[in-house]
Design a protein around this ligand. Structure first.
Ligand SMILES: [Zn+2]
Length: 149
């Protein structure tokens, strides 16, 4: 701390009227022969400005990312739903379809457990094989639809 108390050379906007007053604070630091308080210290001022700019930039990036996530979602929804009528989508037909497929898989798997050991006929064994291939494909398709955890 300087022995002699300097006043800050910074300027403050007048609270009433137009123009500037000299800062009322005592100086804390000397920069290039001029004295400044903590608020008007050009280095602290520049750091605050840089922090504010960085914060603003981060906020803008977050907004852009959110916008792009939303628009990605909309494009994906449009693509996924383009072949279905609005009425079908509104009635929840897609969810019903998923539930029906889920039920079909469960039904096939139950049949599989109950009847596979008893199958003797070669043609029936072939039908069973085809059915289980369909079940496998349906399960793979449903797994893709599950929300990521
Ligand atoms: Zn000042």
């Amino acid at each position: 701390m300087p022995k002699e108390k300097h006043k800050c050379v910074g300027k403050m906007r007048k609270t009433h009227g137009i123009g500037w007053n000299q800062c009322f604070n005592y100086a804390k630091v000397e920069r290039d022969g001029k004295w400044y308080c903590g608020i008007h210290d050009p280095i602290a001022w520049a750091k605050r400005r840089a922090d504010r700019d960085a914060m603003w930039e981060a906020e803008q990036k977050m907004k852009r990312d959110a916008d792009s996530a939303i628009s990605r979602r909309r494009v994906a929804e449009r693509k996924a739903c383009s072949s279905f009528s609005t009425e079908a989508l509104e009635s929840g037909a897609i969810k019903e379809l998923v539930e029906a497929v889920d039920g079909a898989i469960l039904g096939f798997e139950t049949l599989d457990e109950q009847f596979l050991p008893k199958l003797e006929d070669k043609k029936l064994k072939h039908v069973h094989l085809v059915a289980m291939t369909i079940v496998r494909d349906l399960k793979a398709a449903l797994a893709k639809l599950e929300e990521p955890k």
